[in-house]
Write a new protein. Structure first.
Length: 227
């Protein structure tokens, strides 16, 4: 151990003493630790036991109340949907009604066209029948006049160029019921000779078609012997 010598610095001496004490304390700690480790073998491990901490149960959240705005929106949507459906159904109904009206009008036009065509054809057929009847009537009127002319005898002293209109009534078959001069020639003898010639010509020639007899039941014709 260093001895203090007279004349030595006191501060330095204190430092040396402090250093020695520190080294001794360190050695003591090391020795004590070595002894403890040799006695127990290994240092006991600290056991950490995990303890589950149970959190308190959270109360159930109350059911969220529907907002009045959501209900209103839903009702508005439902009304809009129903209005659209009603509009669609109305449009379809109008479409069906319009189609039915158009079909009915088309059928009516077709019916009117067919009726008009039928009436037109009937009118044409009627005109043809009337034309044939008129031609047939005129034909037999001329045959009657010719037969009366063949049975007429000119009276003595009667001038030439005389003519008269005679009306004749007959029955089916051509038998003469009556012969009358309705437009005189001005000569009584001539008119009388014509009436006599008509009676002599019975039966008068008539068409075979029964429907034409109405034209001859009572007929008039102009008698001119020179023809």
């Amino acid at each position: 151990m260093a001895r203090w010598k007279p004349g030595t610095n006191p501060g330095r001496l204190k430092a040396v003493v402090y250093a020695v004490l520190v080294h001794l304390a360190l050695i003591g700690v090391l020795v004590a630790g070595w002894r403890w480790s040799t006695q127990d073998g290994t240092a006991p491990e600290k056991v950490v036991q995990a303890v589950a901490i149970q959190e308190p149960a959270q109360p159930e959240a109350p059911a969220a109340r529907k907002r009045p705005e959501a209900d209103t929106d839903k009702k508005d949507d439902e009304r809009a949907r129903k209005a659209a459906e009603d509009k669609k159904q109305a449009a379809e109904a109008e479409k069906r009604r319009s189609a039915a009206v158009k079909k009915k009008e088309a059928l009516l036009r077709q019916k009117l066209a067919e009726q008009s065509l039928k009436e037109g054809l009937a009118a044409e057929e009627r005109q043809r029948r009337e034309a044939r009847a008129a031609a047939e009537v005129e034909k037999y009127r001329e045959l009657i006049r010719q037969k009366v002319s063949r049975n007429w005898n000119r009276p003595v002293g009667v001038a030439r160029g005389l003519q008269c209109t005679v009306r004749v009534r007959v029955v089916p078959g051509g038998e003469v019921l009556q012969a009358t001069v309705v437009r005189s020639s001005g000569d009584v003898l001539f008119d009388g000779s014509v009436e006599s010639a008509v009676y002599k010509s019975t039966p008068l020639p008539l068409p075979d078609a029964p429907e034409l007899f109405e034209y001859f039941r009572e007929l008039e014709f102009l008698f001119r012997p020179e023809e």
